[in-house]
Ligand binder design. Structure first.
Ligand code: GLN
Ligand code: ZN
Length: 776
């Protein structure tokens, strides 16, 4: 293919980051969003805050050593989600929103309606972005979804940057990835796939590129991480053919910036690399932390943007080894540029905000976004001036790494020994049939038992009490008294509503992982280490830096207190080993399996202590089981083996009468269905409301033999389902799963909901269940 370059050749900057945290160093954007949604501020006020956040991001990267004028600074801000931004830009409004959203340009309010839904429009689904803990909004594409250039925010941001003296690099989701991550809209022919709409979509990208060039962008970054994933249900050939076609069209666009196609999270396959090169893109990025160099890259003339600094974890890492990867590419004659392996929006802003929370020693082992940007600036200097120019920085990182290897607590011989002594017998319970009989005799629950997933609303009062306690304004006794009052109220509420299996409501937990991290050895927690999870929601992952040990019971007093208030069973509530790993920043100096087993043994002790304290049902949440599934198929068996074993190690130490529940937060199982079976939990609750029970077809097809609680209330938005809607979902469920195996529960925990909607929704849930029992 002949390639016409329609723009003057541009040098790709020597170093860059694929993206930067978006929510603001002090979560300014989160606050502004929530204020606006509450009706306490105007759209203009929200946009003013976002403009400040955008400028602060550019300034932070300039301070880290990035030039203002060479497109090394990405323009990748997002008000809610970058897939949603792309949906808005290409005007792909799902037809079910057509009555509410139409007029161009599409606005932020349109975006919020898509993301959050309203009484008549359930929100777009969310799902995890590759193998990360970030959720994106899933576009719904049909054969007739409109595509038109309908929102020019990104181009406007480039202009805004220009006015502030910056030439930034607009970053957008590429057309292949946009369609590959979309789902087919409901009711389309079974053989329809969104990627079939590529030719309809490309003209919109052509128009978008022209607008970005017009706004002054020299480079544009198109994220095509779909090309590295083997778990999207699209084969490699189809993806690389789509890339070849798409980028042949885009590189021939009449007016465009230079095209940088970035990929992240796993190895870029050779076929995809070849396709991008053949299509004439101007730079290709790939992940050298999770992945390896595509073979054809070494012989290529295309500028290579090598992702050698981990964008997805917080370790300072081996800077010397990162530089060596760049040198090795340079020596093979390639035109090499340094970058992070992924966008930095997976890590917090800066270690400068952690001087109180983290020890100087731990800090010396870490790098957050600003520190990683500085590492990139160092590597870029090394590429430009040679290794000697950065020798001091490389040595300093190596010294920190050596210190980390031998520091107290990183390796505890007693912990390693206990893990080594685990045998297969530790992972086995009696057969389910035996357990089922024993449990139904001892628990004596009605058919279609009703329950919740664990948390009740985390009210401003709870958050204030926690803050007062952390600050030392109230003492532990007063705080615990307050929490006991909360537990009592939550138990009373559940009694009044008529639920069968109760929970204590988790008021003592700031977060389902951090709470355990704070109570186990081997973890540290940050003061301000927030990362975006979705929209305005942020989490503060803990740092798992050393061997894990439980020194005392963690949840037992709370569960025991709650159980003392009720004759109904109260579920004990723990977070599973895989989820604790997935939602923390995990040490990178030993196999994940080893770390998972350490956590599992700590939980095993907790499970046994709960049982001994009279708790008859124990739920161990594993919502992240699927999220850690490697994007490469040949790594699946190994991952599923150790992750399932870790769950079993945590849970298999109990008597047959003790009922083990698990909870998973998603609605597509696909190939992990065997693993879910392998967990051997007596009851599994799953998200199912948004997908209208589609999910349990998988379980039914698999003849899943144990209890299932498909969610009948989508808790991701404030919408209250009425009894008829819940009854409809229950009916769909009873068609697929025998009623004596079915539980009735919401999709997930209620911590983000308010009491009003919680009470109403749970009342409807119980009413629908009572009616369904009558009808059986
Ligand atoms: N037990 C947790 C809760 O209810 C589960 C949350 C989750 O699955 N993410 O909050
Ligand atoms: Zn959940």
């Amino acid at each position: 293919m002949t390639n016409i370059t329609n723009t003057p050749a541009q040098h790709f900057p020597t170093g860059t980051v694929l993206g930067y945290p978006r929510i603001g160093r002090n979560r300014e954007l989160k606050r502004a969003l929530e204020q606006y949604w509450r009706g306490d501020s105007s759209l203009d006020a929200l946009e003013a805050v976002h403009a400040e956040v955008r400028q602060a991001r550019r300034n932070a990267l300039a301070d880290a050593g990035f030039a203002r004028d060479d497109a090394s600074i990405p323009e990748d801000a997002s008000t809610y989600d970058h897939v949603l931004d792309t949906l808005l830009a290409v005007g792909a409004v799902p037809e079910r929103f057509a009555d509410a959203i139409g007029e161009e340009p599409l606005t932020l309010d349109d975006a919020f309606l898509l993301a959050r839904g309203d009484a008549t429009h359930p929100a777009l689904e969310m799902t995890k972005w590759f193998d990360t803990n970030y959720h994106y909004l899933v576009p719904e594409i049909s054969p007739s979804t409109p595509f038109r250039y309908a929102n020019r925010d990104r181009a406007r941001q480039v202009t805004e940057a220009g006015a502030a003296g910056f030439n930034t690099r607009p970053t957008i989701v590429g057309p292949v990835t946009f369609l590959a991550l979309a789902k087919a809209a409901d009711g389309v022919p079974a053989d329809f796939a969104p990627l079939q709409r590529l030719d309809d979509l490309l003209p919109v990208y052509v128009e978008w590129l022209a607008d970005l060039a017009e706004a002054g962008a020299q480079w544009v970054q198109l994220d095509e991480s779909a090309l590295v994933s083997q778990v999207l249900g699209i084969d490699e050939r189809t993806l690389s053919d789509a890339a070849l076609h798409a980028y042949s069209v885009l590189s021939n666009a009449p007016q465009r910036p230079a095209l940088f196609v970035s990929t992240a999270y796993a190895t870029l396959p050779d076929t995809a690399f070849n396709a991008l090169e053949l299509a004439g893109v101007d730079a290709i990025g790939f992940d050298l932390v999770r992945g390896s160099v595509p073979a054809p890259a070494r012989a290529s003339n295309v500028p290579l943007v090598a992702g050698v600094i981990d964008g997805h974890n917080i370790w300072r890492g081996d800077l010397d080894a990162a530089f060596a990867k760049l040198e090795s590419l340079q020596q093979s004659g390639a035109n090499v540029h340094a970058s992070t392996s992924t966008s930095l929006f997976h890590v917090p802003h800066t270690l400068a905000d952690e001087t109180e929370a983290l020890s100087p020693q731990l800090r010396s082992w870490l790098a957050f976004a600003d520190e990683k940007a500085r590492q990139i600036a160092t590597l870029a200097a090394g590429l430009a001036q040679g290794r000697d120019a950065i020798a001091a920085e490389l040595d300093a990182a190596t010294t920190a790494l050596e210190d980390r290897r031998s520091a107290d607590g990183v390796h505890l011989p007693s912990v390693a020994e206990r893990v080594a002594q685990v045998t297969d017998a530790d992972l086995q319970r009696e057969p389910f049939a035996v357990r089922e009989a024993a449990q139904s005799a001892s628990l004596n629950l009605p058919v279609l038992p009703t329950t919740t997933i664990g948390s009740f609303p985390q009210t401003p009062t709870i958050r204030r009490a926690r803050r007062d306690f952390v600050r030392g304004d109230i003492d532990r006794a007063a705080y615990e008294e307050f929490l006991r009052d909360e537990v009592r109220e939550v138990i009373t509420l559940q009694h009044n509503i008529g639920l069968d299996v109760l929970v204590h409501g988790e008021p003592e937990r700031n977060d389902m992982v951090q709470y355990f991290a704070e109570n186990l050895e081997g973890f540290a927690t940050t003061a301000n280490g927030w990362v975006q999870s979705y929209g305005s929601r942020c989490t503060r992952p803990s740092i798992l830096w050393g061997d894990v040990e439980r020194t005392a019971p963690i949840t037992v007093p709370w569960s025991q207190y709650a159980q003392s208030l009720s004759d109904a069973p109260v579920k004990g509530m723990l977070t599973g080993p895989v989820t604790i790993l997935a939602w923390s920043f995990v040490r990178d100096d030993q196999p994940l399996e080893q770390t998972a087993n350490q956590v599992a043994l700590a939980l095993r002790d907790e499970v046994r202590d709960l049982e001994a304290a009279g708790i008859r049902i124990i739920q161990v949440d594993e919502p992240a089981l699927r999220e850690l599934l490697p994007l490469e198929r040949d790594r699946h068996d190994d991952y599923l083996r150790w992750s399932v074993n870790a769950f079993r190690l945590a849970t298999a130490g109990v008597a047959i009468e003790t009922q083990i529940h698990t909870h998973l937060c998603y609605s597509e199982f696909g190939e992990i269905i065997a693993a879910i079976d392998g967990l051997d939990a007596d009851v599994t609750s799953i998200e199912a409301a948004r997908s209208r029970m589609e999910v349990i077809e998988d379980l039914a097809d698999h003849d899943y033999p144990r209890g299932v609680g498909p969610g009948v209330w989508d808790i991701h938005s404030p919408r209250v389902p009425d009894s008829a809607e819940i009854a409809g979902l229950l009916e769909a469920a009873t068609d697929l799963i025998p009623a004596n195996r079915l539980w009735v529960n919401p999709d997930c925990g209620l911590k983000t909901r308010g009491y009003e909607e919680t009470t109403a929704s749970l009342q409807h849930l119980v009413a629908a269940t009572l009616a369904a029992r009558e009808a059986l």
